[in-house]
Write a new protein. Structure first.
Length: 443
């Protein structure tokens, strides 16, 4: 079937730099011992820059983002092993993959050499129930591994008590890092890392905000690829910050000049809920109808620092020089961290996410929404059913499907394709091209 082009498109110019950075991060992680760098288990959430004061370190991320995710048979086996230990699909995907790889003695393995990298300490910020249980598994797998977790406040509205609570934890964390590692803590390195992380998060927020343009300058799958540097906990690196600046500038130009992610865009969707971590065509299957997934409340609040206004527009956190906070001493830096992650963080506002989704559907000019109902990600699916009702009441068509973001055996291709095709036809759209299988290889 012929496809009639509507908008101009062109490749993402900074894509090569993104791939180079991803390869370098993996290489630097597994060569940490050669340089005498500390290896830290953790890092996918906020605040990896808190480790910068220790000097050289590398993060061993527990998130399912490595080569194992490309092998669907291996991935299925790891899920099956987790199930035999009592952790079914109603448990966190990260927990299940970590447990499965531990049973196979693959956790932390350099897939090129077979060498297993063991961490010196475990350090991360806590944002969900699955993380709490996963930390118990880490302690069982790595006997006597020193561990420290910073609890991020979950509040409905910003309160000074939340700032004070987070700030006190950050001070305690610095003291723990010094005592546990025996290293001197360099406040200048802390400041440098935090400023880079802060800027990275604001640049990424700007990238996502440009998705309100018609046509959308990038699609949700590209956005997810950009976010892999954040999942690797690399926002504190100057070269990563510079990449996000370059990417934000490029996306701004694409939005301004009408450069589209999808040439045939005629339908704009949010895909809410976790998307598959393994290779799949779920997000881009919609493209055959001229529909493009441009983001979601879940994705944007995961990676950005902003507040959502009543009309769905964003109040993005200012850059370091614009917030008006002193940034000279350790106290200054830790206080600014606490302010940024409490004052500009819509994710903890559980009761507001329903209204936020409705407001953002208008601001981002949506024609519909898709909800992936993942049984294993309770924090992300919280409020999903209420959001579906609210969006429908607001006149936004919605479809949903079930799956597990890290278990390909739970993805029913026939059912999901049938649901998508029916949803698109109900929107009055005919297919412009042939569809592709949702899985890029066999399970």
């Amino acid at each position: 079937m012929a496809v009639q082009q509507k908008y101009p498109t062109k490749p993402i110019e900074c894509w090569g730099k993104l791939e180079d950075l991803r390869r370098r991060l993996v290489k630097d992680t597994y060569s940490a011992r050669e340089r005498g760098d500390m290896v830290v288990l953790g890092g996918p959430g906020p605040l990896p820059s808190l480790l910068c004061g220790l000097g050289g370190f590398q993060l061993l991320s527990p998130m399912p983002i490595g080569p194992d995710m490309q092998d669907l048979r291996l991935l299925t086996k790891m899920n099956e092993l987790a199930t035999t230990q009592g952790y079914g699909n109603d448990c966190c995907a990260t927990l299940r993959i970590a447990l499965g790889s531990m049973i196979l003695d693959r956790f932390g393995m350099n897939k090129r050499t077979g060498e297993v990298l063991k961490p010196d300490i475990h350090f991360e910020s806590l944002a969900c129930q699955g993380q709490m249980k996963a930390q118990q598994l880490y302690q069982e797998y790595y006997s006597q591994l020193p561990s420290y977790v910073v609890e991020l406040p979950w509040q409905e509205e910003p309160r000074q008590a939340d700032v004070d609570y987070l700030e006190s934890q950050l001070h305690e964390a610095v003291e723990w890092l010094q005592k546990t590692t025996g290293r001197e803590y360099d406040d200048e390195l802390l400041a440098e890392g935090w400023i880079n992380e802060w800027r990275s998060r604001i640049y990424f927020s700007r990238i996502m905000e440009h998705q309100s343009a018609i046509p959308a300058p990038i699609d949700q799958k590209t956005m997810a690829s950009f976010a892999t540097l954040m999942w690797r906990g690399a926002m504190h690196l100057p070269e990563v910050m510079e990449f996000y600046k370059e990417a934000a500038d490029e996306v701004a130009v694409r939005a301004r000049e009408g450069i589209a992610a999808l040439a045939t865009e005629r339908c704009r969707l949010f895909h809410e809920g976790p998307v598959p971590w393994y290779p799949s065509n779920v997000l881009r299957y919609f493209n055959r109808y001229g529909a493009v997934c441009i983001g979601s409340w879940l994705y944007t609040t995961e990676f950005g620092n902003f507040n959502i206004n009543e009309d769905g527009s964003w109040d993005i956190c200012p850059m370091p020089e614009g917030l008006g906070l002193p940034l000279k001493t350790r106290d200054d830096i830790l206080h600014s961290m606490a302010v940024v992650f409490t004052a500009y963080n819509p994710r903890p506002k559980l009761s507001a996410r329903i209204d936020n989704r409705v407001a953002m559907s208008r601001h981002f000019k949506l024609d519909g929404a898709v909800f992936a109902l993942d049984r294993g990600c309770l924090g992300n699916t919280c409020g999903a059913m209420e959001s579906i009702v609210a969006l429908k009441d607001a006149g936004i068509p919605v479809m949903s499907y079930q799956g597990a973001c890290a278990n390909p055996s739970e993805l029913d291709q026939g059912e999901i394709i049938s649901r998508i095709d029916a949803f698109m036809e109900n929107l009055g759209l005919e297919a412009l091209e042939e569809g592709r299988p949702l899985l890029q290889s066999e399970v």
